[in-house]
Structures are given as structure tokens and as C-alpha cells.
Ligand binder design. Structure first.
Ligand SMILES: [Zn+2]
Length: 177
């Protein structure tokens, strides 16, 4: 079941929560990745992305795993699907980030997955607010990766949405994708 999920999500097969726990403390941004707000599945994808371990098409090709086409599945730019392209320059992702920014009133810093978290870390914000923004970024990363997998393996990204929840009790925002 776990391996099946890994295959479906295009995850690095050798990754595990245990191995993630073993090295998380070495990263300055670990506190933002492993925040109190994000869902575990979002944290897992962000953690793999920070380490460059998501099985993007360029990585599959480097591992000599055949891919039909090397280009990004989400946009029409005919750009090579790298992790940097998917999360930083892809028009599809940019539109999602813009929509989320308009929706929440929060401007997500630009950059790749790790750079964004480092930029959030360096902002003069309260820790809880940093964690909320990091959780928002984590939900975007997760949703982009999920949409990419749906487009690649099912031919559509329809049927998926981000369910916005606002928790009055803890005054925190959650995005359940
Ligand atoms: Zn793209």
C-alpha cells in the first residue's frame, strides 16, 4: 500500500519518515517544514522537494527510466520538467500562486521550494505567522505535484481543488488539498 502510494505520487522509493526525522534537525528551515499547521502529506512532499528527490521527468531520465516526453505536463511552454521549472517558473504554478495570494492577501516570496522557505524564515514575522505562510506554500507545492501526477497519469487535473478552512479556535488557516 505504502509502495503503491509512493509509485502513484512519483516519490523517491527510499524515502521514509524515519530517514526524514534523522536529518531534519540539520536544516535551518526544518522548523518551517515541520510546522504545527501543515498536513503530514504536505510536509512529506515539501521535504522531498527540498532535497530534490521528487521524481520529475528530468530526474527519471537521469536514472535511465523511460519517459514519453521530457516536457512539463502542466503548461504549454515545452520546457523540460525539472523541479525548478515546476515550482518556480511554470505558468500553471504561477497562476495558482497568484490566485492564492489574492485569496489570502499573502504574498508568497519567489524562488524554488527551498528558497521560498528560507525567505519566509528571514522575514521579520512572528514564528506562528511564518509557519502559516510556510504551510500555505507547502499546500501549493503539494497541489502542484498532485496536479502534475493527475495530468501525467490520468490526463486531467479536474476534480481536484483546494478546500479552504479557517479555524477560529486556533486562529490558523488550513488548506486541505
Ligand atoms: Zn510548466
Amino acid at each position: 500500500m505504502y509502495c503503491g502510494l509512493n509509485r502513484y505520487m512519483g516519490l523517491y522509493e527510499g524515502a521514509s519518515y524515519a530517514s526524514m526525522l534523522g536529518v531534519q534537525s540539520k536544516l535551518r528551515i526544518a522548523g518551517l517544514i515541520w510546522n504545527k499547521i501543515s498536513q503530514p502529506r504536505h510536509i512529506f512532499i515539501v521535504w522531498l522537494a527540498v532535497q530534490g528527490r521528487l521524481l520529475t521527468k528530468d530526474r527519471l531520465q537521469r536514472m535511465n527510466i523511460p519517459v514519453d516526453t521530457i516536457t512539463c505536463s502542466l503548461c504549454d511552454a515545452q520546457a523540460v520538467e525539472t523541479q525548478y521549472h515546476l515550482f518556480s517558473v511554470c505558468d500553471w504554478t504561477k497562476r495558482l500562486v497568484t490566485t492564492m495570494a489574492q485569496w489570502t492577501g499573502v504574498q508568497i516570496p519567489s524562488g524554488d521550494v527551498k528558497q521560498v522557505l528560507n525567505r519566509i524564515r528571514r522575514r521579520h514575522w512572528k514564528q506562528l505567522y511564518k509557519e502559516i505562510i510556510a504551510a500555505l506554500w507547502g499546500s501549493i507545492v503539494y497541489y502542484v505535484w498532485q496536479a502534475r501526477n493527475w495530468k501525467l497519469y490520468r490526463g486531467t487535473v479536474q476534480g481536484h481543488y483546494c478546500d479552504y478552512r479557517y479555524n477560529n479556535y486556533t486562529d490558523q488557516t488550513k488548506f486541505l488539498c
